[in-house]
Design a protein around this ligand. Structure first.
Ligand code: CP
Length: 336
């Protein structure tokens, strides 16, 4: 039975009421079940169908107001959330901390309470401090979506990456996914580790030891920490990591989050860890090349590979709109 009030045209089973979505916030993927990820994937299929229409609009969020509140720079995430919310009929307010009363000393608490007081129902926020969206979620009635918090999590990026892989590879169980680059400072890597392992992928992370999370460094004994990342294969040699890969995902060096001394030089890093044509030839034929962006071509990935037929980097960005529509749609349908 489909949901008549919010159906995107009754076109797909994804808008079926069988998904028991009870989540009020999307803060990370560490507590997402396989069923919840499937719900997002199948709802995103429906949203992609909506976006292909002559008038890409459905009224699922009509009468609601969504605020994007960004304390850090963004191109893809902010733009795609705005497009997603508008395609669902919501009103959208965009706030960058640099142009808001934050500049006059307003606290995060006061800012989000103010946004709630003006009538917002959904808050999409990016903040430099890990955990900031969790704190906010405890103090507002709005649905909170984490659009990136410090080094910690970027759940909708993880979901759109899963969606892009699923579009090409189908079921991800047993697929070898290599994530190479600055894992230590990457919220994208952390959310991807949770999402990919939940979906049964064989995940390999690859980086120089200084850019691996402390507990994953080869020289450090693994600790029993309930908050630790899922156990995955760790490699420091990219040639070995890429062998037989179905997906190779390169990450940007997060220079803004690094302390000095983690790398001898960018040239040395590129020599050992750049995804280039020679290295990619060790992966499976037609392996997907991914990158969450922004890309530093010539550092973590060669221009030839970034623009090759195997690259789905732009497709990731495009899928971000449908996946974020799916997340907003499911949140609007969940428990008040
Ligand atoms: N991938 C990502 O979060 O990109 P933006 O910083 O441009 O939003």
């Amino acid at each position: 039975m489909s949901d008549e009030r919010t159906t995107a045209g009754g076109a797909t089973a994804a808008l079926d009421v069988r998904w028991a979505w009870t989540r009020r916030h999307v803060l990370d993927l560490d507590d997402f079940s396989r069923t919840e990820i499937d719900a997002v994937m199948e709802t995103a299929d429906a949203m992609r169908e909506v976006l292909g229409r002559e008038v890409p609009r459905v009224p699922a969020l009509r009468g609601k107001t969504l605020v994007t509140l960004f304390y850090e720079a963004s191109t893809r995430t902010r733009a795609s959330f705005e497009l997603a919310a508008k395609a669902l009929g919501a009103d959208v307010i965009n706030i960058a901390a640099s142009g808001s009363s934050v500049q006059k000393g307003e606290s995060l608490y006061d800012t989000v309470r103010t946004l709630q007081a003006v009538g917002s129902q959904v808050l999409v926020m990016r903040h430099g401090a890990s955990g900031a969206p969790y704190l906010v979620a405890q103090h507002v009635q709005m649905n909170v979506v984490n659009a990136g918090d410090g080094w910690h999590a970027h759940p909708t990026q993880g979901l759109l990456d899963l969606y892009t892989m699923r579009s090409h590879l189908g079921d991800l169980r047993g697929k070898r996914v290599v994530i190479v680059g600055d894992i230590a400072h990457s919220r994208v890597a952390r959310s991807n580790l949770w999402g990919l392992t939940t979906m049964g992928a064989q995940v390999v992370i690859c980086a120089p030891p200084t850019l691996l999370p402390y507990g994953m460094r080869p020289s450090v004994a693994p600790v029993e920490d309930p908050l630790a990342l899922p156990r995955v294969q760790v490699e420091t040699d990219l040639d070995r990591a890429v062998e037989g890969a179905d997906v190779v995902m390169a990450l940007r060096l997060q220079l803004e989050r690094m302390t000095a001394g983690l790398l001898p030089s960018l040239r040395e890093y590129a020599r050992l860890y750049q995804v280039n044509e020679e290295r990619l030839s060790r992966a499976r034929t037609g392996a997907l090349v991914m990158h969450p962006g922004p890309v530093n071509e010539g550092v973590e990935i060669s221009p030839a590979v970034a623009r090759s037929l195997q690259s789905v980097i732009e497709e990731q960005v495009t899928n971000g709109v449908a996946v974020r529509m799916a997340v907003l749609y499911l949140l609007a349908r969940g428990k008040p």
